[in-house]
Design a protein around this ligand. Structure first.
Ligand SMILES: Nc1nc2c(ncn2[C@@H]2O[C@H](COP(=O)(O)OP(=O)(O)OP(=O)(O)O)[C@@H](O)[C@H]2O)c(=O)[nH]1
Ligand SMILES: [Mg+2]
Length: 473
């Protein structure tokens, strides 16, 4: 019998890559280094995607234990956030968020657990749901079956999100050893802390020793990831078997018998989990949903604030540009000294209701200027601008114009970095949570590298030339 290729992933590698830019930032000094690094990271991603699927012992993924108190606290944090939104977002948006939150408050006290049956195509989801609905445990659980998860070659993140928000408990069905795609989905669900029972269905299709072998392999490979008590083998349907009986006269008589479905181990485990963890399962799911709602509320708030902050950046970037055109200054000095860039941050700070003091603003501007110098970004960007001008058949441009557009450009990047920084600043600045300069620098580098895209830079240049006297010959 063909057993599908098993797969497991080394989870730690992923977290290593995620932490990569921040760590290496200390060692890399030039923008070229960063460019090289991007290629290296992209390359290692390719290598990783080909190689990582070797069988290996995965990193421990222990679920977070969430109690009712924590959920209640999260709900009240979210209620507070919605109060803040009141003055800034539309009534409709606020109403929808409030309604959803109220539903979650009620949902915390429900007693019926929502179990979701999922897995690949034809693994027996409907069959299992049918027998479970007839079982005694049905009174305490609502069953929901999803479409097959493995129709597409890539994992749909929306589906993972849906499952993590919908299910108190997932029954993930497989019909043999884990395949690559099944493991990839399971891993993502576990990373989202969704409780999961792995159900090896259609065990009747295997000889007893094969079943044992598969179960052992699953246990061995998922050690520290899924508890052995949550890896179960079952048959969701009754299956026909041919029974041959030798008659006294030596002839053979055949008849069809039915092996009943075998879901006892699953029923026992589900019952046990309900007794021990019912409230925890419900709390964890409500916590995931409130977290999601809070994130959406914050995104809404950030969106309206950004819409208000962007015109401020645009206003000040051109003011800086014009000032530099009239009185050329090295780019770095204009960021640090210009009253315009300071005023820009003051106004952004007001929109984000933060408490940046003049000394903070000074630190922000000095930090960003130093970073620009350290990474040699001025030369790099000026060169990109000059190249773009050449391709646009502008052969000569006064040095002062380029300098002015550059100054406007750096004001823009600084303003956007401050926006991104403040968007993530959930607590007001205080002695306990002072400015996080590393985060600020990371934001700045991300925005800078995004803005280096030809189209974005060329657009900026076009606007700059229409606002700042060009001196084009
Ligand atoms: N031998 C055997 N067949 C099974 C078992 N469970 C389900 N089947 C059969 O597998 C086929 C698919 O079962 P379904 O329950 O429809 O599977 P599904 O996952 O809901 O399928 P889709 O929703 O179409 O992806 C059916 O012919 C079932 O009778 C089992 O434990 N043993
Ligand atoms: Mg089905």
């Amino acid at each position: 019998m063909k057993i599908k290729k098993p797969v497991l992933v080394v989870g730690m590698g992923i977290s290593l890559l995620v932490g990569f830019p921040g760590v290496l930032g200390h060692f890399l000094t030039g923008a070229q280094d960063w460019a090289i690094l991007s290629v290296v990271i992209a390359g290692s991603g390719l290598w990783f995607s080909k190689k990582y699927l070797k069988p290996a012992i995965p990193a421990k993924l222990s679920p977070i234990v969430i109690g009712k108190m924590e959920v209640v606290e999260k709900i009240s944090e979210t209620q507070k956030l919605l109060k803040t939104l009141e003055a800034e977002v539309s009534r409709e948006v606020l109403f929808t968020l409030e309604e959803r939150l109220n539903k979650l408050v009620f949902s915390l006290d429900r007693s019926v657990v929502q179990a979701v049956l999922t897995g690949g195509q034809k693994v027996g989801k409907s069959s299992l749901k049918n027998v479970l609905e007839l079982s005694k445990i049905n009174q305490q659980i609502d069953w929901l079956e999803t479409d097959s998860l493995l129709k597409e070659t890539t994992i749909d993140q929306e589906v993972i999100k849906y499952l993590s928000l919908k299910a108190d408990l997932i029954l993930f069905l497989i019909t043999g050893d884990l395949t690559e795609s099944e493991w990839a989905i399971i891993q993502q669900l576990l990373e989202k802390q969704v409780p999961l029972v792995l159900v090896f269905n259609k065990q009747d299709q295997y000889l007893l020793e094969e079943r044992v072998l598969i179960l052992n392999k699953l246990n061995e490979r998922l050690v520290n990831v899924i508890s052995p008590s949550d890896i179960l083998s079952i048959s969701a349907v009754s299956v026909p078997i041919v029974v041959r009986k030798i008659q006294p006269d030596g002839s053979i008589q055949e008849r069809i018998d039915y092996l009943p479905e075998e879901i006892k181990p699953l029923e026992i485990r589900l019952k046990q989990r309900l007794i021990e963890e019912r409230q925890k399962l419900i709390c964890s799911n409500t916590w995931r949903q409130v977290t999601q709602l809070k994130q959406e509320a914050r995104e809404q708030l950030n969106q309206v604030r950004k819409e208000r902050a962007l015109p401020i950046i645009i206003k000040y970037q051109w003011l800086v540009g014009l000032a530099v055109f009239a009185n050329p200054l090295p780019v770095v000095d204009c960021l640090v000294n210009a009253t315009f860039s300071t005023q820009m941050i003051v106004e952004i700070n007001d929109i984000y209701k933060q408490k940046l003091l003049p000394k903070h603003i000074k630190i922000i501007l000095v930090t960003l200027s130093e970073l620009i110098v350290k990474l040699g970004l001025v030369e790099l960007t000026t060169q990109s601008m000059l190249n773009l001008l050449k391709t646009n058949s502008v052969t000569y441009l006064a040095g002062a114009t380029i300098q002015a557009v550059s100054a406007a450009y750096w004001t823009n990047i600084a303003g956007l970095s401050v926006i991104e920084y403040l968007q993530e600043q959930t607590e007001p600045l205080s002695a306990e949570s002072p400015l996080d300069l590393k985060r600020l620098k990371d934001k700045f580098q991300q925005i800078w590298s995004r803005s280096q895209q030809k189209e974005i830079l060329s657009n900026f240049l076009k606007q700059g030339l229409s606002r700042i006297p060009s001196g084009v010959v």
